[in-house]
Every structure is written in structure tokens, then in C-alpha cells.
Design a binder for this molecule. Structure first.
Ligand code: ACM
Ligand code: ZN
Length: 731
């Protein structure tokens, strides 16, 4: 039930009003439900205390877009029937914290600071009907919010997303939308990945070729790319500031900067000329550390960068440098010698020290990928963004640095959510990351001495480098990188938001997914694309040769439609109401239909052993009780139907589990009991396969006659062996 129907005689006579259930994400620290509800009306006044006018105006504008009412905003706190915004450190002590009270009489939001007030507003918006997020006036909506008292503050101060605008250029409107969506879920750091081998996206006045040349790839007629002017950046930063999102520019070096080297070849050791790549590519070219011009370049670029970005932190990249060019470069080797460094990799630490000294002058702190804290001794504290092994967070903190957890296996949203056919291909170098997997990140396991600043998601765009030539996914309606970016980001960003904000001991996935159900309609009204979740599988019960599925909706007010013949469900497939029984779960498909055009991928069970399909069709399985250990003995199984005519057949034995391999001493093909063909060689299948394929010729096929294979087999020492036999006609 999405709506609680409240009849109120007090406020509205006989009218029935609907207040949405409370389903706030990220989960607040403390929430006490009250009686009744607050009704927004054209006469509601928003009052605010000193310095909060812009937040009052922000709320006023949002409400006006969806309700059509231009509410009065006033600094006069005495006004009645109000939404009151204030900063009060007596009521709320924690940084970024707030207290939100909703009663039939009014709403009050007190923050410990302006960020807290902003987050109180975000929570309030989540209490109203989802239509509140629409940019167009919505008719016939009861603009009510249930009474509640919420006291809330974040667990971590760094709740970030990295957006890779270098591999694929997203325009400033998309970046603003991304920031707005982050803010809706109380994320507060955007690591803005502006530079990579495939593109330089930041206008630097002193080095115009960075964007004249480095921002574009491809040949005439098919040129891709783009960049942000300094005016665009100011607009983005200002937009983010109101939403309490700190935009941290990432200026990548010494690797991942081929786009700059294309523009100014003197930046590299070899000074070789290149082109901006049109395919995903990690260049081995590095910034040369043996030339004065490299340091001048960094000084100049970073000076313009800090002038544009008021962020406390500046990210310097630092990942994935391979030091071959530095090894070969006499100038770099001279620096290594002069600095008394043992390993070439320590030159990266030297570079980090040079840059962090530059940043000190501007009172900024250096952030880098984990490698930055691993390449020689650093003079200044840095923030290390951990992206591979979480144990590296401890190493960085042991050295006195700060850490942010952005582990690829939990929070890289360029990986798909599943392996279901139809899922965007996206990144493939690791397994898919489900919403639940992302949610399962326990940051506190890596927390020590408050040096763990928080968590971060990453959205890499290297799979979108081809622009719009991406595979089609029905639910996206159109084939655009921006939509894919949103599809891959949502709803996982909501899980990330709770990992960063909510109290870890109070978090559990079932509770989260019950609240998540109600957020898809909010995302719809925000015009944000997302991956529609498959129906939730509540239970799979095996009874004899039947499997019973019990499902539940994972999107509020959606339908579940299913098929039991392996076909793709559609709008008119069977409507799920009660548990469904089926013989083979491989043939079960069920989808969420959020609305007519918005459907999930199906619940999908891969056919068992489908990885071995290339060896033919599955014919038999051996288990420990079917074979002997030590001594060879015959194992006979039927293969009628698999031998389907005269010809040459290949029979493959594949071990699938157990502690013992299977050894095979020849096979015979029998037509009833008559020997028709044989292959007598010895073979084995286990950790390795040795001659595990048998070839037989059939020239006396008779339709309707049963065929059998008798193999002479043993488990090499014992019989703890499992596996399958597949048959393929090869001629
Ligand atoms: C990274 O994924 N190379 C930070
Ligand atoms: Zn060099």
C-alpha cells in the first residue's frame, strides 16, 4: 500500500487526503512518526532566519514548479502556518545535521549549519507526494506530508560520486542534473574527472591548445568531444554550492594525460606526436619530470584551476602510471639521482610532494587515487581514494593520510547490475554489481582515528567513448550515453547514499529495498532514468521435480508479469498474483512493469552448464555414486536423441566438482545391446583435461532405437567426482 488514506474532519471536512508513507533515503538517524499531516496550500508561508534566504527561495521555486503556487517567503519568523527554516546549534550539534518536525500546524527545519537546513529540505520533499519533484504543474494532488520528528546527521563527511567527463563529454546541463540528483540523496562531493587520455575538458587560458586540440578526437565528419569554458565551470560550481556539493576538479598526472601531450608534446619524455584516441586507451606516456616546463605547466594549470574551484580539495589523479618512459628518460633519471631515490616509481612521490607544496600555498589539500600514497614518502597529508583492495585504506591511514573508499567491486557504477541478456554491456573486467552488493559495503571496517573520510561511487565513461553508438536497451527509449549513465547510476546511487550517511548498525538491505520501492516514482518526476529492478524473489521452494516461485514487487504499484516457457514476458503475459510452480526454473521469466513503457529485464536463470554449450548437448551427469574409486568399472548412460543420424560424433567429458578427477579408459556406443562404434583411448578430466574427447562414427543409425554409451571410468583415488558428458555431431 503506497498511500495512507486519512480522513480529516478538522482540516478538510469530508475530503479524503492521501499522505505518502515515510520512506526516506538515506535512512535518518532518528524518526518518530506523529499524528495527522501537514497540508501545503497557496497560503503557506516559508519563513527563514538570517543567511537562509537562498534556501527559502530554492524551496519556494521547487514548490511553485509542481504546485503552481508562488508561496510567500519572509524573514519574519512570527508568520503563522509556516515552513520555518533556521540554523540552531543548540538544537542540532552535528555538522550537516538537522531536525525536521512536521505537524498539522506547520513544518520546522533547524540545521546546525546551512548544509543541515538543505538536507532537512531534502527530507521534507521526500515526505510529500512524488509529484513534488515535477517541473510542470501537477493537477489533483493532495500536497500533504505526514507528521514526523526526524533528527539526522551523516556518518561520513565525504559522500561522493566521481563523474568521468573525459572519456565521454557530458554537457554542463547533464552535469548539473547529476549534481542535483546527488543532492537529493545527500551526497556532497563530486570528483570531476576532467582529464584523461581521451580528452581534456577544462579551459585553461594560458594553454589554449589543451581544449582547442586536446578536447577533440576523430576525423572530420565524425569528431567527438567538447569542453567546459571557465564560465561553464563557474555556473556548475555555483549550482553545486547551493546544493552543498563540493566540486573537486581532478587534474590527472603523471599518467592518463595523453590529451595534454597531444596538445603540447613537450610535456612528455619522448615528445612523440600522438592523436587523441577514439577508443578506450590507457597511454604509457607520462609527464616528464626532468624539464622545468613541466613544473611551470602544472603551476599554471593548477593556478587557474584553484581560481575556478573553491573546493578544499584538489584531485591530482595519480593512478595506473607505468614507469617505462621515466626509466628510459635521461632527464627523469637525473632527477631520480639528484633526489636520492632508489626506485623510478618514487619519482611519483616526489612529484606529489612538489604539487602538494604548490597546493599548500592555496590552502588546498591534495587528493589522489590510492597509488599517490604508495609511491615513496610524502611530506604532506593527502586523501587517498581507494579503488582496488580495501586493505590499502589501512596502509594509507597508517602513514597518516586520509582515506575515501571507492572500491571497484562495490561502487563502480560502470559495471552492469547483472549478467542477464539485455543488460548494457558496460565494464566487464569484474563481475556485475547489484544494488545489494553496493549496499553491503561496510565502511566502518576500515575506519580508524577519523581518518576515513567516507565513501564514493565512480561513474567511468570509457564504454561510452563511441558517443551514441551503444547497444539498445528497450527501457531507455533512445540510444544516448546520458541515459545510460543515469541507468547505470540509479538506483545504486541510493544504496551508496545510505552507506555514506546512515548509521551502519541500523542498516539492513530488506528495510532499504522496502523504502527503495517508493523512490522510482520520485526519479520519474525528476526525469531521471534508472534501471527498473526485476521482481523480488521472496522464496524458491523445490518440491519434487517442481520449483515454486514466490515473488514481490520491487517497484511500488507495479505489475509483475511472467512466462513459464522461456519466452520474454510482455504487457499481456500472465499477471503474477500467487506463487507460480514450474518444472524447470530455466524457463521461468518474470518482469516488473512499472508502467506500459517501463519494464525491467526478466528474472533470469542461466541454463546450468550453459558455459559448456560449445561441446554439444548435455547428455549425462556423473556423481560419486555412479562411479568407482581406484578400479575401472563401466558406467552406462542413454544417449538416444543425441545420436540423431549417421555421422561423426564427439563425446566430451567435463569435470565440474569434487576432489577427484575422472579417468576414462575408452567408450563404446551401443544400439540397444549391440556395439556399433568405439574409441579406446585413455583420457582424464579434472583441474586439467587430458584427451577428454572421444570420437565415434555412426553408420547404422535407426530412428526409434535406443542408443547408450558405456564408458570405462574411475575416480582417480576415490569417487568424489562430478561432471557432465556432452555430445556434438561434427560431421
Ligand atoms: C581507476 O579506476 N583507475 C582509478
Ligand atoms: Zn622524462
Amino acid at each position: 500500500m503506497k498511500k495512507i488514506i486519512i480522513s480529516s474532519l478538522l482540516v478538510c471536512g469530508a475530503l479524503s487526503l492521501h499522505a505518502d508513507k515515510i520512506n526516506v533515503i538515506p535512512k535518518p538517524v532518528k524518526l518518530v512518526e506523529g499524528e495527522g499531516y501537514f497540508v501545503l496550500s497557496p497560503t503557506t508561508v516559508i519563513t527563514y532566519s538570517k543567511d537562509l534566504e537562498k534556501y527559502a527561495a530554492y524551496l519556494q521555486e521547487l514548490i511553485e514548479l509542481s504546485t503552481g503556487w508562488e508561496l510567500e517567503i519572509s524573514a519574519d519568523r512570527a508568520k503563522k502556518g509556516s515552513i520555518v527554516l533556521g540554523v540552531d546549534r543548540k538544537i542540532v550539534k552535528e555538522k550537516e545535521g538537522y531536525q525536521l518536525e512536521v505537524t498539522p500546524k506547520g513544518v520546522s527545519i533547524f540545521g546546525s549549519d546551512s548544509a543541515g537546513v538543505f538536507y532537512g529540505i531534502q527530507t521534507l520533499l521526500q515526505l510529500f507526494p512524488a509529484e513534488i519533484y515535477n517541473k510542470v504543474v501537477q493537477k489533483d494532488i493532495d500536497w500533504v506530508a505526514p507528521s514526523v520528528l526526524i533528527e539526522d546527521a551523516p556518518t561520513y563527511s565525504w559522500r561522493g560520486m566521481m563523474l568521468d567527463v573525459a572519456r565521454y563529454f557530458y554537457d554542463k546541463d547533464f552535469v548539473k542534473k547529476y549534481i542535483d540528483m546527488m543532492a537529493m540523496y545527500k551526497l556532497n562531493v563530486l570528483q570531476f574527472h576532467l582529464i584523461d587520455d581521451s580528452g581534456w575538458r577544462l579551459e585553461i587560458k594560458k594553454y589554449p591548445r589543451l581544449t582547442e586540440v586536446g578536447a577533440w578526437s576523430g576525423k572530420e565528419g565524425n569528431i567527438l568531444g567538447g569542453f567546459y569554458t571557465q564560465e561553464d565551470i563557474k555556473e556548475i560550481v555555483e549550482y553545486a554550492a547551493l546544493r552543498h556539493v563540493e566540486v573537486i576538479p581532478e587534474i590527472a598526472f603523471p599518467a592518463h594525460m595523453l590529451s595534454a601531450i597531444v596538445a603540447y608534446p613537450w610535456l612528455s619524455c619522448t615528445e612523440k606526436k600522438h592523436e587523441v584516441p577514439t577508443q578506450h586507451f590507457i597511454s604509457r606516456d607520462l609527464l616528464c619530470l626532468g624539464k622545468e616546463s613541466s613544473y611551470t605547466f602544472l603551476e599554471d594549470v593548477l593556478k587557474e584551476t584553484v581560481e575556478l574551484f573553491p573546493s578544499k580539495f584538489i584531485h591530482i589523479g595519480g593512478d595506473e602510471a607505468v614507469y617505462t618512459e621515466w626509466d628510459k628518460c635521461p632527464r627523469c633519471q637525473a632527477v631520480k639521482k639528484e633526489q636520492g631515490l632508489k626506485k623510478t616509481s618514487e619519482l611519483q612521490g616526489y612529484l606529489t610532494n612538489v604539487v602538494s607544496d604548490m597546493m599548500k600555498k592555496y590552502d588546498r589539500t591534495v587528493v589522489g587515487w590510492q597509488e599517490v600514497a604508495q609511491r615513496g614518502k610524502l611530506k604532506n597529508k593527502v586523501v587517498s581514494v581507494i579503488w582496488t583492495n580495501l586493505e590499502y585504506a589501512k596502509d594509507a591511514m597508517d602513514k597518516g593520510h586520509f582515506a575515501v573508499l571507492s572500491p571497484a567491486s562495490y561502487t563502480y557504477f560502470d559495471f552492469p547490475e547483472s549478467r542477464t541478456p539485455g543488460e548494457p554491456k558496460a565494464a566487464t573486467w569484474m563481475p556485475p554489481i547489484s544494488v545489494e552488493k553496493c549496499y553491503s559495503l561496510q565502511a566502518s571496517d576500515y575506519d580508524q582515528n577519523s581518518q576515513l573520510l567516507g565513501v564514493q561511487g565512480c561513474f567511468w565513461s570509457d564504454v561510452f567513448i563511441h558517443g551514441t553508438t551503444l547497444q539498445e536497451v528497450d527501457v531507455l527509449h533512445e540510444n544516448r550515453s546520458e541515459n545510460y549513465a543515469e541507468y547505470l547510476t540509479f538506483p545504486r546511487l541510493l544504496a551508496l547514499s545510505e552507506v555514506g550517511w546512515s548509521v551502519e548498525a541500523d542498516r539492513n538491505y530488506e528495510d532499504f529495498s522496502n523504502r527503495l520501492k517508493y523512490h522510482f516514482s520520485k526519479l520519474d518526476h525528476k526525469e531521471c532514468h534508472y534501471r527498473v529492478p526485476e521482481p523480488e524473489i521472496k522464496r524458491i521452494k523445490v518440491e519434487g521435480d517442481q520449483v515454486e516461485f514466490t515473488l514481490a514487487e520491487s517497484v511500488a504499484e507495479s505489475e509483475i508479469r511472467y512466462t513459464t516457457d522461456g519466452s520474454y514476458p510482455h504487457n499481456n503475459s500472465a499477471l503474477y498474483t500467487d506463487p507460480v510452480k514450474i518444472g524447470d526454473k530455466v524457463n521461468f521469466r518474470a518482469i516488473t512493469i512499472a508502467d506500459h513503457n517501463l519494464k525491467s529485464l526478466p528474472i533470469y536463470f542461466k541454463e546450468e552448464y550453459s558455459d559448456y554449450k560449445k561441446f554439444g548437448s548435455l547428455t549425462a551427469k556423473w556423481k560419486p555414486n555412479l562411479i568407482q574409486g581406484k578400479n575401472y568399472a563401466p558406467w552406462k548412460f542413454e544417449c538416444t536423441g543425441k545420436i540423431a543420424g549417421n555421422g561423426t560424433y564427439e563425446i566430451t567429458f567435463i569435470y565440474t566438482g569434487g576432489t577427484h578427477k575422472l579417468e576414462i579408459d575408452g567408450i563404446q556406443l551401443l544400439k540397444r545391446n549391440e556395439l556399433v562404434a568405439e574409441d579406446k583411448h585413455k583420457g582424464a578430466t579434472g583441474g586439467q583435461h587430458v584427451d577428454n574427447k572421444y570420437t565415434i562414427e555412426v553408420d547404422s543409425f535407426e530412428a526409434g532405437t535406443p542408443f547408450f554409451i558405456e564408458a570405462n571410468v574411475r575416480g582417480d583415488i576415490g569417487n568424489d567426482s562430478n561432471g557432465i558428458v556432452l555430445i556434438k555431431k561434427i560431421k
